[in-house]
Write a protein that binds this ligand. Structure first.
Ligand code: PMP
Ligand code: GLU
Length: 431
């Protein structure tokens, strides 16, 4: 039976209840959602984008700084390859974990990029990287396990951990440390129950990224601890100002570290190739783990869409120039976004190393009075910016960092300039 006060979506007959249910009251089976939903929040990033779409449908001008999704079209050669693949019969089931062509292309691309051997048997292709992470959660975490998700974390990490009944441990990182987990904090967060540590570099939501020294220091701590390291490298192509992106797998192999057999890589085509809607992501794991993921996926989604897999083969094996072209556009937008946020009275924004997010400190606005009431927290600030300036941004508390707001700059320069000018004007009017 779900707890009162956490009425599940769609349970209309419960919505009028205001007092606790008397003990022993029987709730019809059809009115119960499973208890595992009581501890899980819906995705805040997707909720902001839905709210922005609703306001846009009412005719409002909304600046889309909410969801992290490239605004570019998927490169033409990838779309053409998909059209050809459809005509050639890519309309049927494929092997559960992906076509041999795609797994071969992923393995070759990973080996070249990370300088660590990768066999197709290590690859499991899922319906986006979010699904690949969820497969891992189902295959690995269980009640009693702790999974370390350093905050600020991407919204789905702790929620997926909770969804499968395990405990998310979220040590804080500090802006002064570039939002990087320090070896000391990692050491203090580990326990005999730690099943995995999830690192995202470059990070969603902060855009910060681990350089070789900071990453190596974490690997040394984990070398002595019997747990997995999940590294989400979906933004690895998007780094700026000459920052040198490095994979944990590269360092562990180069230096012959034991942890190399405990590193699980998450990657995909959504960000690098502007392919969010195609839903192709993957994990690279030791072969035994890949077999376990195959079992999970064979009883849930089966294979990702055959045509999308063909498109991903074209992305990985075709010309790569579009990545650099998009990266340069993101780099220019990043400069504008960081400068524009910094020009709002009281707001500070650190220049991020990568991804396409700026994570700004809005705490100076707390307590100010807006038309609809005082700005008591970052959710109120985000609502104020959406209603008064048309800026859709995600409140930092969704990422475990209250007082901050995440702005995606995966949108046009015009939107960035106009949106931030509107935000500045709205903030200047505050009492
Ligand atoms: N990891 C991170 C850090 C992300 O920002 C995203 C984007 N939603 C994903 C994984 C999942 O990407 P997708 O499911 O589109 O492949
Ligand atoms: N990664 C994106 C974001 O954080 C997409 C939304 C999602 O998948 O939750 O906004």
């Amino acid at each position: 039976m779900h707890a009162l006060g956490s009425v599940p979506f769609g349970c209309t007959s419960c919505q009028g209840l205001t007092a606790p249910l008397p003990p022993r009251t029987r709730v019809r089976m059809t009115h119960r959602f499973s208890q595992r939903l009581d501890v899980v929040q819906p995705s805040a990033t997707l909720a902001v984008s839905a709210r922005a779409a609703a306001l846009r449908a009412q005719g409002r001008t909304i600046y889309p700084f909410g969801v992290g999704e490239p605004d570019f079209d998927t490169p033409i050669h990838i779309r053409d390859a998909a059209k050809k693949a459809l005509d050639a019969g890519a309309t049927r089931y494929t092997a559960v974990t992906g076509t041999p062509e795609l797994k071969k292309a992923i393995a070759a691309s990973s080996a070249a990029r990370r300088g660590a051997p990768c066999a197709p048997e290590q690859v499991v292709v899922g319906v986006g990287a979010k699904h690949s992470l969820f497969n891992l959660a189902l295959a690995l975490y269980e009640p009693g396990d702790e999974v370390i998700c350093p905050a600020p974390y991407w919204v789905s990490y702790p929620e997926q951990v909770r969804l499968v009944g395990a405990t998310a441990v979220c040590p804080e990182t500090r802006e002064e440390d570039g939002w990087l987990l320090t070896p000391e904090t990692l050491q203090a967060s580990l326990s005999p129950q730690t099943k995995a540590v999830i690192l995202c570099t470059p990070s969603n939501p902060t855009g910060s990224a681990y350089g070789e020294k900071s990453l190596r220091a974490l690997l040394e701590v984990l070398e002595a601890h019997d747990c997995w390291l999940v590294v989400d490298e979906i933004y690895a192509d998007l780094v700026y100002d000459g920052f040198k992106q490095v994979s944990a797998l590269t360092l562990a192999h180069r230096d012959g570290m034991k942890i190399r057999d405990r590193i699980l890589v998450i990657d995909g085509v959504s960000k690098s190739y502007a392919m969010t809607g195609w839903r192709i992501g993957w994990s690279i794991t030791p072969p035994a783990m890949a077999k376990a993921l195959d079992v999970v996926q064979s009883q849930s989604t089966t294979n990702p869409a055959a045509v999308a897999q063909a498109a991903a083969v074209a992305a990985l094996t075709g010309p790569q120039e579009s990545i650099e072209a998009m990266r340069l556009r993101f780099a220019a937008r990043r400069t504008r976004m960081v400068a524009g946020l910094g020009a709002i009275p009281g707001i500070r924004c650190r220049a991020p190393e990568g991804a396409f997010y700026a994570f700004a400190d809005f705490r100076a606005l707390l307590g100010k009075k807006a038309k609809n009431g005082p700005l008591t927290d970052d959710l109120a600030i985000a609502t104020f910016l959406l209603e008064e300036a048309g800026c859709a941004a995600v409140p930092g508390s969704a990422f475990g960092a209250p007082g901050y707001l995440r702005f995606s700059y995966a949108t046009s320069e015009e939107n960035i300039d106009a949106g931030l000018a509107a935000a500045k004007a709205a903030v200047e009017k505050l009492g």
